[in-house]
Write a protein that binds this ligand. Structure first.
Ligand code: CP
Length: 310
């Protein structure tokens, strides 16, 4: 039973398969104008960090299922956390206003702290450089939709793998895939963290480090580009040392197989040349749209007692 959404490792293979099926069904429902299965329910979104996709797609998902939304889009400045209120007290209050709470926070572990005191589902919308589980779920949904499978794939994770919570969570969820290989392409200093590498090794996931993006693009079924997370670097100098090192362009498309795809959790800065956008293998805008369908599936599982996933 899905109680909270906090980390990728809480999901089994069966959970992920069911959510992928549900998200595909939610696409049909959304395209028919939505339904009202969550009528009378309220979702609270509390974002202590900037967001376009995650907050708005959760809100869109809730509204498409007939629910309503209350939101704090700039909680680090406008919530009573500014006055010193703890996340535990904030959650105890907000749960009296809403049936589920979506939290994004710059500090790792804050959604889990909220969940420890919460009577309603807590959804981690990204906590520091730690996890972004709903992004990982929409990413595997996108891979399934685009390639027709999540098994027997080679995925190149490119960019800031140390501070990027999206590639961390994607690597972790791919431990549930069969015969998945990872190619890790990161500038020196922002390589994937040892805890993720340990998880890959313990699940028997084959991985290797690669410095050549052309070689990775030639080999991969999925090239997953990511932004260098400027806001997480200790100083400007260390950020400038790694920015701009991996930029996907038409020269990479040329070596990619016709059926391979390029993903990016977005927002992008300069990691993908806009000239790539019109190529059918550029799937990142479809990926962002899939966020609505996967988040509809999650809200249904968390809030609809007659859901097959509840
Ligand atoms: N992918 C993602 O988390 O985007 P936002 O920061 O816009 O929510």
């Amino acid at each position: 039973m899905l109680r909270h959404v906090l980390r990728v490792d809480q999901f089994t293979r069966t959970d992920v398969e069911r959510l992928i099926v549900s998200a595909a069904h939610m696409r049909t429902i959304a395209e028919r104008g939505g339904d009202d299965r969550l009528r009378g329910r309220i979702l609270a979104t509390m974002f202590f960090e900037p967001s376009t996709r995650t907050r708005m797609s959760f809100e869109s998902a809730m509204i498409r299922l007939g629910g309503r939304v209350i939101t704090m889009e700039n909680a680090s400045e406008t919530s009573s956390a500014v006055k010193g209120e703890t996340i535990e007290d904030t959650v105890r209050i907000v749960e009296t206003y809403a049936d589920a709470i979506v939290i994004r926070h710059p500090v790792a572990g804050i959604p889990e702290r909220g969940a420890q005191v919460a009577a309603v589902p807590i959804i981690n919308a990204g906590d520091g450089a730690h996890e972004h589980p709903t992004q990982a779920l929409l990413d595997v949904f996108t891979i399934q939709q685009e390639l027709g499978r999540i098994d027997d794939i080679t995925v190149a994770l490119v960019g800031d793998l140390r501070y990027g919570r999206a590639p961390r969570s994607l690597a972790m969820i791919l431990t549930l895939a069969r015969n998945c290989r990872l190619i890790l392409v990161a500038p020196p200093g922002v390589e994937m963290s040892p805890d993720v590498l340990d998880a890959l090794a313990s699940h028997g996931v084959e991985y290797r480090a690669e410095i050549d993006l052309v070689a990775a693009a030639r080999e991969a079924d999925v090239v997953y580009m990511t932004r260098v997370q400027k806001e997480r670097f200790p100083d400007e100098r260390s950020y400038l040392a790694v920015r701009g090192q991996y930029q996907f362009g038409e020269q990479h498309l040329e070596v990619m197989r016709p059926q391979s795809i390029v993903l990016h959790p977005l927002p992008r800065v300069d990691e993908i040349d806009p000239a790539v956008d019109s190529d059918p293998r550029a799937a990142y805008f479809r990926q962002a749209r899939n966020g609505v369908f996967m988040r509809m599936a999650l809200l249904d599982a968390l809030l609809n007692s007659s859901s097959t996933l509840a």
